[in-house]
Design a protein around this ligand. Structure first.
Ligand code: ABU
Length: 639
């Protein structure tokens, strides 16, 4: 982070970073290139209280990536704004290598100019806000350290309150910026640039509180704003204020979910919320059990462990030595966490058998039946069917009503990974997409995805009560004494594969209190409206093409076809060129910083954009911006 001088007073004007650069050695000067990329986020204006600590670590052997080296070399020599614009545009040679001689298209230059001006304006506004914020405190944080706040100071602990109010002001500013469409989604830096801009050393001796405030500010500044209305990059995104408040409380209470003894309120909350989720899945009276896990991958792992325990309970003690090799079946389009679970449980990746999918990427029932028959003939034991309702890339929904009878015929455990899809159960209008989900034995549902709960919040729901504990209990008697003076069934820790377990429930519970189910339903419904609007635009606008005609969920997969290949006939040559388009646009997009959308290939399908529509801040204008911006960024690509 940038260094605050210990002699600085918060409101005093101190040496500016310009002075720092001017007075430093040539090597130091090189480590603070006067580029837009370097100065925009880190550039301290004259009179600001902060001073950048010079770092000499990254011009030398540490930078090994050729693109980073090229960028840094270019930045050293960069003097004028055209070069800055070029650098920001991220234009690369057709081979994908950074090419400083490539000149940006005029339109792009103009956009970049506006973007830079906007960024510079926002920075000075931000500095102004910071000063106003600091004026709220009379404390000289440059003279205080952790030794001057709780638990070292006595009540009414004014230093602690003042310090935390400044922190919260900073975070509220970040929230404001996140929701401001005039602000960038990110200010991209290559790792070496970022290492050069920030001093991230962990010190031997304490830093003063002013330094910590500066560190917090810098961390926000360089963060990707995943709550920005134009962030469409990940399934988990958005910024829910009540959920954040819940996470703040969770951090403040700082307890552990393993026993009722230390988490009385949270344990009851988790029970109640998970029961509500099971009701929405459709299990009668919300019967069954469940646990919050650190992410969908671990929830899916739990499910496979339960299946193994259901049919081979002795393996918990003996290890994996069944008479027959265990096998599991998942769609080709499923998340890699299923393979992860196969690896961790000892079933083995080779026994995680991919099932073919149809044209919509849904699991093919015929292939499932055939592959189960095949492994049986080979003397193996089919154990587990891992379905997905809302696949990561395409948003495909395995049709459980067709697949469950096959699994039941062969006595397989049925799990549904609805980490992404689960949120749709909040909507009476759209819950039919997950029709039949109650036929599962277990379900993964991540409220941190579609519902927008602050990361992370994942639930594993189980139809059979008692099996979670039977599968995982190890009866540690320093935690789970059976002779406690309360109902020890509230000690949830022995259901988990972790010992310590973070409190993930409170932020979800608080958000649910704030919105009600109807609020979450309204969010889901809006997301589907936005999806339909995007599909309409893709159909209408020249140069855009859907990969799958009708999206099943909130993932919209599409190609952008630049002018240079619009006339080309379908075929290998065109496919090869098309494959290069999305990465080039994504590079430009990130360097410009106004938008984030992901891309990927799928099997033999060339790279395409995957728009994830999940962000509670996004509106129609943002969807329109996506197609217009991709067109602006990509129309002149030469391949
Ligand atoms: N756990 C899958 C998340 C992937 C994504 O956000 O794109």
């Amino acid at each position: 982070m940038k260094k605050v001088h210990t002699t600085d007073r918060r409101m005093e004007q101190v040496e500016s970073s310009n002075n720092t650069n001017n007075s430093s050695s040539p090597k130091e000067q090189m480590s603070h290139p006067k580029s837009a990329l370097a100065t925009a986020p880190s550039g301290q204006q004259k009179g600001e209280f902060k001073k950048v600590k010079s770092k000499e670590v990254f011009f030398g052997d540490e930078v090994s990536h050729p693109i980073e080296k090229a960028q840094l070399e270019t930045e050293r020599g960069r003097e004028n704004s055209i070069t800055e614009l070029h650098q920001e545009s991220g234009l690369k040679s057709p081979a994908g290598k950074f090419d400083p001689t490539v000149k940006p298209h005029e339109d792009l230059k103009r956009q970049m100019s506006e973007s830079l001006l906007q960024k510079r304006k926002s920075i000075s506004e931000e500095q102004l806000k910071m000063k106003k914020g600091m004026a709220k405190s009379n404390l000289d944080f440059a003279k205080l350290t952790a030794k001057d706040i709780l638990p070292h100071e006595s009540f009414p602990h004014s230093n602690t309150g003042e310090f935390l109010r400044c922190v919260v002001d900073e975070l509220i500013d970040f929230m404001g910026q996140t929701h401001d469409r005039a602000q960038p989604v990110l200010e991209f830096h290559h790792p070496a640039q970022l290492r050069g801009n920030l001093d991230l050393d962990v010190p031997e001796t304490p830093e003063h509180l002013a330094q910590l405030l500066s560190d917090i500010k810098d961390t926000c500044r360089y963060a990707v704003k995943s709550g920005h209305p134009r962030f469409f990059n990940q399934l988990s995104c958005g910024m829910d204020v009540t959920s954040i408040a819940g996470e703040w409380l969770t951090a403040t209470i700082n307890t552990n979910m393993f026993t009722y003894e230390v988490s009385p309120v949270f344990v009851i909350m988790e029970r109640m919320v998970l029961k509500r989720l099971r009701e929405l899945v459709g299990w009668a009276d919300g019967a069954g059990d469940g646990i919050c896990a650190p992410g969908g991958t671990i929830s899916n792992l739990y499910a496979l462990m339960l299946a193994r325990h259901k049919y081979f309970p002795q393996l918990k003690h003996t290890g994996l030595k069944p008479e027959k090799q265990l096998c599991m079946f998942v769609s080709k389009e499923s998340h890699y966490s299923y393979k992860n679970a196969a690896m961790i449980t000892g079933i083995g990746i080779n026994n995680c058998i991919p099932i073919e999918t149809d044209a919509r990427c849904n699991m093919d029932p015929k292939d499932l039946e055939a592959k189960i028959q095949k492994v049986k003939k080979e003397g193996k034991h089919p154990l587990f069917l891992g379905l997905t309702m809302g696949t990561t890339v395409v948003g495909a929904v395995d049709q459980i009503r067709q697949l469950a009878p096959i699994a039941n015929k062969h006595d397989l455990w049925i799990h549904v990974d609805a980490a992404w899809g689960g949120g749709v159960l909040m909507s009476n209008k759209w819950k039919h997409i997950l029709d039949g989900i109650h036929l599962a034995d277990s379900v993964t549902w991540n409220p941190h995805k579609l519902l927008g709960v602050t990361l992370q919040c994942s639930a594993l729901l189980v139809k059979e009560d008692g099996i979670l504990e039977s599968c995982n209990a190890l009866h540690a008697d320093y935690l789970f004494q059976q002779d406690k003076h309360y109902d020890v069934s509230y000690d949830t820790g022995d259901k988990a594969i972790q010992c310590g377990r973070h409190v993930d429930i409170f932020k979800f519970w608080l958000m649910w209190r704030a919105k009600g189910r109807v609020g979450m339903e309204a969010h889901v419904n809006l997301m589907f409206d936005l999806r339909d609007y995007l599909v309409q635009l893709i159909h209408e606008k020249q140069g855009f093409q859907m990969v799958f005609e009708e999206p099943q969920f909130l993932n919209v997969c599409f190609w952008y076809i630049p002018e240079c290949i619009r006339g080309m006939p379908e075929g290998q040559a065109r496919t090869k060129k098309l494959h290069k388009v999305a990465p080039i646009i994504k590079g430009r997009m990130m360097n410009k910083g106004d938008l984030m959308v992901g891309y990927q290939p799928l099997f033999s399908i060339p790279n395409f954009f995957r728009m994830v529509i999940s962000n509670q801040a996004s509106r129609r204008e943002d969807i329109l911006y996506v197609v217009e911006e991709i067109d602006r960024l990509g129309h002149d690509i030469e391949l």
